[in-house]
Design a protein around this ligand. Structure first.
Ligand SMILES: Nc1ncnc2c1ncn2[C@@H]1O[C@H](COP(=O)(O)OP(=O)(O)OP(=O)(O)O)[C@@H](O)[C@H]1O
Ligand SMILES: [Mg+2]
Length: 259
């Protein structure tokens, strides 16, 4: 089982759009997939039409034990894809984690407890470097970081790299990729080229700026369901394949099928 986080310090950069399409493609490939919506805004739960859990302050029990967590997992409309929806109390995750003893491996521990049912867990994360984010860095095998190719994004990415260094998280976990890229904008082209030159580990595939990604909110489905032939759809599919290959997910799946 592998855990892949969609994470950025910045808000509004395409974490949720990516988590939704990655989870969809993983499930389409036959991987038993769990999408965990860690953001109290509940955007990925919304895209998959899954309702927020009812219990008040459910977030308080999130890190306690697997049983209450497993009870909140919902089936999606798609084969092999389950969703752990967000809850408004998730906005208190940082203080909850501190109450639990302030350890960095709380999320990893609780995900390990549910992992046997899944081949891949995808985390849709809220923005910012918080204590929750550190738990995400510890839990994830790969951290997919969407970047709009602009100067400010470059700056925040440098901050993330510095944070990883200072806190001994392996940079090898990072899978940065460009999104909302507009080939008509010289700034986008120049920034993407400069970043690719500086950091060899940027992913090859990128997501263009696309009205179809915006329309996911109208259709409340992954892009494939309403714009199968679009470039954004094929780019998300290729990007997912690149990420899954980079954590050898396909191999896990092949060996499972060969068992
Ligand atoms: N490739 C794209 N092309 C055009 N619009 C996009 C693209 N990716 C995302 N968007 C739009 O940008 C907005 C933010 O995207 P999204 O919600 O995925 O970002 P986020 O990083 O999860 O935001 P938050 O930090 O608030 O959770 C949404 O309106 C989404 O439709
Ligand atoms: Mg989001």
């Amino acid at each position: 089982m592998k855990t892949i986080a969609c994470y950025s310090i910045k808000g509004g950069v395409g974490k949720t759009a990516s988590a939704v399409n990655f989870a969809y493609w993983a499930a389409q490939e036959g991987l038993r997939t769990l999408l965990v919506d860690l953001d109290s805004q509940g955007a990925s739960s919304f895209y998959f039409r899954v309702r927020n859990p009812e219990p008040k302050n459910w977030g308080k029990r999130f890190f306690d034990s697997a049983h209450p967590l497993v009870k909140q997992i919902k089936e999606s409309d798609y084969d092999h894809l389950d969703i752990l929806p967000a809850h408004e109390s998730f906005r208190n995750f940082d203080s909850l984690l501190h109450q639990q003893g302030g350890k960095h491996n709380q999320l990893k521990k609780i995900l390990r407890a549910v992992k046997s049912g899944y081949d891949v867990i995808i985390l849709d994360c809220p923005p910012s470097i918080s204590f929750l984010a550190e738990n995400v860095f510890a839990a994830a095998d790969a951290v997919a970081v969407p970047l709009i190719p602009t100067t400010l994004s470059q700056r925040t990415f440098d901050q993330l790299l510095a944070f990883f260094d200072q806190n001994n998280y392996p940079q090898a976990k990072l899978r940065p990729f460009f999104t909302m890229a507009d080939g008509r904008k010289q700034l986008h082209l120049d920034t993407a080229a400069a970043l690719r030159k500086r950091y060899k580990f940027f992913l090859k595939n990128a997501i263009p700026h696309s009205t179809y990604v915006e329309k996911m909110g109208v259709h409340r489905t992954p892009i494939d369901l309403f714009a199968h032939a679009s470039r954004a759809n094929s780019c998300y599919r290729a990007l997912w394949r690149e990420i899954s290959d980079s954590v050898a997910l396909g191999e896990d799946n092949h060996s499972k099928q060969g068992e």
